[in-house]
Design a protein around this ligand. Structure first.
Ligand code: SAH
Ligand code: SF4
Ligand code: F3S
Length: 476
């Protein structure tokens, strides 16, 4: 396209975005000159690992165009909220904090506020923002975050609220800049979207249909990360077990893992999330023989009642789930299993709940995320008429949490006295003479050390278990 100033705007991606990065850079530099210092930004992430990874992409673009990261949201010139809408309370938190930002902006007119992520894919949310939060500068969704530089440039040029939301996309744009929160580990998207439509869940509506990245692109990204010092990767997708099914040359998730395993210098491979209905024998076999795949599987059960599971559209029964767990435990005896559980799905009776408790007792999870069912407008479950009263849910939730916690303390402590490899991730928040490492099974251990240990994999003697973490020392 020819523009008035004679430049050609590239039509194809990622070239188009590199063009806009340069353009936005000029606007940022101009503004910085005006105010006499660098412009700063804060990206605040709500929600899951997928959002966290998206935020790293936003940070990558912001840094390319000349913004400098600022830890304190109140001081930043550009505040971005990458939002989540999986449960209602996630939305409430965003509105609350946005109100505060509005006040800050009144005394700092050049400040910009950007909103993106899953909440923005809901038309009611955008309507509400347009009506009651006029001070927001930029609103975009989950499908076009790669256009961030272009949207920023547009905002600088228009001086009005810029809104760009796509309903869905089949596009995956590769090779854009991205930052990493940690030097030694990184999330890697292997697929986007979800096709499962569990009846309570809003994710398929806000993240669109399932799209797998090309294996070559994934391998290339990981190779680059490893060359840059990364030793652990987390493969990300809403349902990694169905990876590759809709590619032009289909490959399975297990095959992808085997390819990734060959990358020299990569030490640890994690992945999430696994949907039980798609977890194959092939994957169990690959995990069993792998040196790099971590001994941890997050396998959300959601409910232990086959009747509720059917209403949830999970497409497995309690028995099938337990059989799968047995198969995995037999093949990989030291595996750590974690899960997600929803309490109070419409129509859940005390008997249904006791089935969930039974699964928890049988599987003995290392840890479990427990959620109170949240009604999401537009999902099939929201229209189900037998919603469970709040006090009943609360009582069940408390009982479940107690059970989960007491089992996880027991399960966690079985490694006491052993020596295991830990990847040292950080200096301990509360005690600077300690560092914190992560074991293959995802359990944390605190041990004496300093910042020079960060990023190293060391042998740690696990001295004492404190419920869900260990204290230990380097074993020499
Ligand atoms: N794709 C993943 C989960 C993504 S959402 C999977 O299928 O396992 C993360 C968790 O949030 C879900 O596992 C579920 O336990 C919970 N969740 C999703 N929708 C919810 C709702 N409406 N109310 C309460 N919890 C919900
Ligand atoms: Fe939601 Fe189910 Fe998809 Fe997970 S698999 S994101 S719970 S619809
Ligand atoms: Fe939330 Fe979106 Fe993740 S709704 S859980 S941030 S996919």
């Amino acid at each position: 396209m020819n523009t008035l100033d004679g430049t050609n705007i590239p039509v194809h991606e990622p070239e188009r975005q590199f063009y806009y990065i340069e353009k936005a850079k000029k606007y940022v530099a101009k503004k910085a000159k005006e105010i006499g210092r660098d412009l700063t930004f804060t990206v605040t992430t709500f929600g899951c690992q997928m959002n966290a990874r998206d935020s790293e992409k936003l940070v990558g673009i912001l840094e390319q165009i000349g913004y400098v990261e600022e830890a304190d949201e109140e001081k930043a010139d550009f505040v971005i909220y990458n939002t989540c809408t999986v449960r209602e309370n996630a939305n409430q938190r965003v509105y609350g904090r946005l109100g505060q930002l509005g006040h800050i902006k009144k005394s700092k007119p050049h400040m910009m506020i950007g909103l993106c992520g899953c909440m923005m894919q809901e038309p009611e949310v955008v309507e509400k923002l347009k009506k009651s939060y006029r001070f927001v500068d930029l609103i975009f969704g989950t499908h076009n975050i790669y256009k961030f530089a272009e949207l920023i440039a547009t905002r600088f040029e228009s001086n009005r609220m810029v809104i760009d939301i796509w309903k869905d996309t089949d596009q995956i744009v590769e090779d854009l800049p991205s930052e990493r929160k940690f030097a030694f580990k990184s999330g890697v998207n292997i697929m986007f979207g979800c096709n499962n439509f569990c009846s309570y869940c809003i994710v398929p509506y806000v993240r669109g249909r399932e799209r797998s990245r090309n294996p070559k692109d994934i391998l290339r990204e990981i190779e680059k990360l490893v060359a840059d010092g990364v030793v652990e990767i987390m493969l990300l997708g809403q349902n990694v077990n169905s990876y590759g099914k809709n590619l032009e040359h289909p490959i399975t998730f297990a095959q992808l893992l085997q390819e990734i395993e060959k990358i020299e210098g990569l030490e640890r491979i994690r992945f999430m999330t696994s949907h039980p209905k798609d977890l194959s024998d092939e994957l169990i076999e690959v995990m069993k023989h792998s040196d790099k795949i971590c001994k941890h599987l997050h396998l959300p059960v959601q409910s232990g009642s086959s009747r509720i599971l059917e209403k949830m559209n999970r497409r497995y029964t309690k028995e099938q789930y337990l059989e799968l767990v047995n198969k995995i435990k037999t093949a990989v005896p030291d595996i750590s299993l974690t899960t997600d559980i929803i309490v109070g799905f419409p129509g859940e009776t005390e008997e249904d709940f006791l089935e969930t408790m039974d699964v928890v007792k049988q599987v003995r999870y290392d840890s479990a995320f427990t959620f109170i069912y949240s009604k999401r407008t537009g999902t099939p479950a929201a229209a189900m008429d037998d919603q469970v009263p709040a006090d009943v849910i609360k009582d069940r939730f408390d009982r479940l949490l107690k059970e989960v916690q007491s089992i996880s303390a027991e399960v966690c402590s079985v490694h006491t006295g052993t020596t295991q490899k830990a990847l040292i991730e950080s200096v301990n928040d509360h005690d600077a003479s300690l560092v914190t490492g992560r074991l293959s099974n995802n359990i944390l251990v605190h041990l004496p050390g300093d910042a020079s240990y960060i990023g190293q994999i060391v042998d740690v003697h696990l001295k004492e278990c404190h419920g869900f973490y260990y204290t230990g020392e380097i074993s020499r």
